[in-house]
Ligand binder design. Sequence first.
Ligand code: GDP
Ligand code: ZN
Length: 477
Amino acid sequence: MEDTIAAVATAYGEGGIGIVRISGEQALPILNRIFQPMRKNRIQGNPDIRFQPEGFGTTIGEPIVNRRLTYGHVIDWETSQVLDEVLAVYMKGPYTYTAEDVVEVNCHGSIVALRKVLALILKSGARLADPGEFTKRAFLNGRLDLTQAEAVIDLIRAKSDRSFDVALSQLDGKLSQTIQEIRSKLMDQLVSLTVNIDYPDEDIEEITYESLLNNLLVINDMIVKLIDSADTGRIIKEGFKVAIVGKPNVGKSSLMNALLKENRAIVTDIPGTTRDTIVEDMTIRNIPIKLIDTAGIHYTEDQVEKIGIEKSKESFNQADLILLILDGSQALSKEDEEIIQVVGQRKAMILLNKMDLGQVIEEEALREKLPQAVFIKAAVKDGQGIREIEEQVEELVFKGQVKQSGSTFITNVRQVELLRLAKSSLEDGIQMARLGEALEFIEIDVKRGFELLGEIIGETVSESIIDEVFSRFCLGK
Ligand code: GDP
Ligand code: ZN
């Protein structure tokens, strides 16, 4: 871990600037080797302020000052070739991203410039950083815990305001605080268990099964609450998947366009379109939504119709919500009935569209067929009903949960798994406390729960888990 690492920290591609980051003991010596600062001189008689390369090509120049951005050139010390015109900064540890000495060189954003500068830095004594290694060092140096490091990944990948906020609060240590709170309550129980087991004859407060049971139940509730937040957390992070279904001409494309007009996500996945379905990223009331238009349902021929229903079944199964559109100005057709069959007992929103043409569809009969569904009347063409759809989506995502901005959400599979294991361990302990089993047995379960929670924040985490977590980073983070 003593060696010095370097990588391009910004995204590859065209951009105004790109940053090469160096971290480790050799960061400053390497910068001094590759960087030629320039002094600002005013040329007499010339109204332009120009930068004059005073001492250019020699070792004379402005000295590097901690945390001050310095203008100059990166020069290959072997060939004396100027590689780029840059701004460089040296930040002395430990108050840096990695808690080590860090150098950042702001180059021009071209891949060519970045590659050349990086290559020179590697030639000058640094090693190419593994993906996520900067953040890993921040973790190993105690600057971030594991949930915070994971939050960095989420921040980088966030596609909506809300997922960004959740990651930011996790980076802030919100989740860690909640976990630590639960752990400290478990620690209290462990201490009193251990004392009672090891020093039964001493004059100590004797543990009662009743109080032990009560305390463990309270702690278990806290864990359950966190696990429950995982579903919402996943949706916040990955998007709420809505499948739009309905026979041809009912208004699916019109609805998709109406929703997209206001809500199209700023950042969209690159391959949004596959052969069979169209997926559009958008945010509705700050919730990331993946809108799936099943092309399979735009069928016309009988043969295609069969495939269409199979395809739509597939996307039904992936969807968090099915948005079924019916033409409200007409009676139900055989096609509608078939799709309704497929929807079955799934969570669904039924849009009775084209209400501007007058209602013919029999709503009562429909409600009986789809008792679990929410009904909305709409005229998509005129923008009617769009707001209600958005409201209902928000309602469904939060399922009556209070939308406190301060609440802790679990967004991470690793974290959920550990919470589930901790819960089951604790429940074993609770069961034994109920049965009045020996304290030694209960102690084992409580201890296990304590350790599992520790793994979430990285306190008892093994090397392999650390590697797994950090391998998910892109290079340079
Ligand atoms: P899709 O085949 O389900 O994607 O349906 P489209 O969105 O392509 O719409 C089919 C036709 O219905 C188009 O001519 C739309 O203009 C029309 N349409 C869509 N929504 C409404 C509506 O609310 N009222 C009326 N009168 N026509 C609509
Ligand atoms: Zn269409």
